[in-house]
Design a protein around this ligand. Sequence first.
Ligand code: FE2
Ligand code: FE2
Length: 186
Amino acid sequence: MALSLNDIRLLFERYGELAYSGEPVTQLEHALQSGALAEAEGAADELIAAAFLHDLGHLLNPQGETPTARGIDDLHQYFALPFLRPVLPDAVLEPIRLHVDAKRCMCAIDETYFGQLSADSVRSLELQGGIFSKEEAKAFLRKPYAEDALRLRKWDDRAKEQNRATPGIDHYLDVVERAMRKHGKT
Ligand SMILES: [Fe+2]
Ligand SMILES: [Fe+2]
């Protein structure tokens, strides 16, 4: 079962207006802002696509308002992967898969990072297994695409701004399509 470009569009059309847990943006706005921040830093298409799609798992498996407040970790970083794997390369999938562990790693290696997290991110951090030990952080950093996952994480944390102007969904679907084409996956 693979998601087509049109399926991705429909998911955002149907569920994109859901609030992004505890933040002043919708899921669609969060995705668009993540993509825009990646693009502004000159990231490759694959990583811009990853930034745009990183929380697609929330749309495939909606858990209602602020599930972390009810002690639920929705494992959203894994949810979209089986549906995207037939159509997109690891350069897109791995940063998505690792974006939660990237937060656990950043907390371990950057003393200022934890203090910048939003209340919901702190709550979910505990449910997701908490801050990595130094050893766990080192092991994480050795993984392929760890650097991309850390970059994505920083955009993710900033992509929660009310009424921020970004390109629309078509722009990012085009980026996803280029990533699919380039890897012969359409
Ligand atoms: Fe996420
Ligand atoms: Fe996110």
